[in-house]
Design a protein around this ligand. Sequence first.
Ligand code: SAH
Ligand code: SF4
Ligand code: F3S
Length: 456
Amino acid sequence: MPSPVPPLTPTIEIPRTYRVKSFGCQMNVYDGERMAELLAEQGIAAAPEGEEADLVVLNTCHIRERAAEKVFSDIGRLKRQDGSTPLIAVAGCVAQAEGDEIMKRSPAVKMVVGPQAYHRLPEMIRVAAEGKRITDTDMPAETKFDALPPRGQGGRRSGPTAFLTVQEGCDKFCTYCVVPYTRGAEVSRPHADLIDEAKRLVDAGAREITLLGQNVNAWYGKDAKGRKVGLAGLIRELAEIPDLARIRYTTSHPNDMTEALIVAHGEVAKLMPFLHLPVQAGNDRVLKAMNRSHTAESYLKILDRVRAVRPDIALSGDFIVGFPGETDAEFEDTLRLVDAVGYAQCFSFKYSPRAGTPAATMDDQVAPAVMDERLQRLQAAVNRDQYAFNKATVGRTCEVLVERKGKLPGQWLGKSPWLQSVHFVGEAAVGDVVTVELTEAGANSLSARLLSTVPA
Ligand code: SAH
Ligand code: SF4
Ligand code: F3S
């Protein structure tokens, strides 16, 4: 029997299955979900767990060094045993910042698509199917949101917790950060679109919505009556959606923490008592060199005001250790600030020089060993505070939104209002808001006793 002759120009078929892997912040995860919905609308199905997909979208993050390196090792790992590769698209912030480099370094990558252009993926797939490689890192005037299929389309269900991007981009230009370059300028999505998307998410099963933005509290819009509203107004309106139980928002910037938003923390019951407010450092010279445009004291004053209206609020922050020129004494100021606040949780990072940002070429880059030591000390302090916060909540009665089954029989996992992971045993279902008593604290989670179930 004659063996089949391979075609002269190898063409790739339109993929039948996809997998989207997201590596970045919550907004990156949100983009991943929207891309998945878009691909599903094209008739491409999610690849079943454990099975290879025809199309793999690597939804990347550029914020620190290792994030980008991970993309290249991931591309390598996608090679199959027979030497073939799936159709690979690199999306996200590395795509935006290093699209050309990726195309040069990785022949297996057929598509590079930036965070503001992914609504064009279907067209790109058709081009790639003809065997061509294609890059789209435009930041088009038309917004991707208008071109994406509505949430919950085709009966798609949402989990009990959902993300909703309300604002994108950043105009703050902290000297260490790539986000203003990878995401572009600050843009707020229209009020009506957000109310509509939130309602659709709730109809699809969401009980909690986390409003997302690089500077989420810089969001502004016009309500149905044409009045200008800020994030606090949007939160108040979302709180009117009957089946929505909880509202959260992240990430906020200290300079956009308005009085209205602070007041909302004291008045809107559905707004959870949790505030993630990055400060980055506790020393004013370092903060100025970072172009943070707030001081340690002005930051602490904001927290005082929030605590005045919502005494039980759980506080969270981001920190960078080893910013260029940071001395030992300046780092001690960061530890002092941590001690003063008593965070419920924190994210801390070693400074990572990012090409194209002002800090990358500053003098006095801090030695890696010094950064390691500072990070260890900072993390020991925040772990101590997190444990202390968890212990202080033992004995409280609170609501938990059930997110999934636990490992043990009859066990459920969910989140407290203060974003703690809570596990309990009893009669419940995913999506229930149940009342529990917190009984025992660990460093990262708490056990609880089920008191009553409020049907979902
Ligand atoms: N818009 C948010 C979050 C931006 S990125 C904000 O302003 O807070 C999330 C966190 O990554 C930042 O808060 C910062 O702590 C960290 N980060 C950003 N750039 C970094 C860099 N070059 N090196 C180390 N950490 C960085
Ligand atoms: Fe980056 Fe600063 Fe903008 Fe946050 S506020 S995204 S850290 S530039
Ligand atoms: Fe990363 Fe881009 Fe988010 S760089 S942190 S995925 S905005």
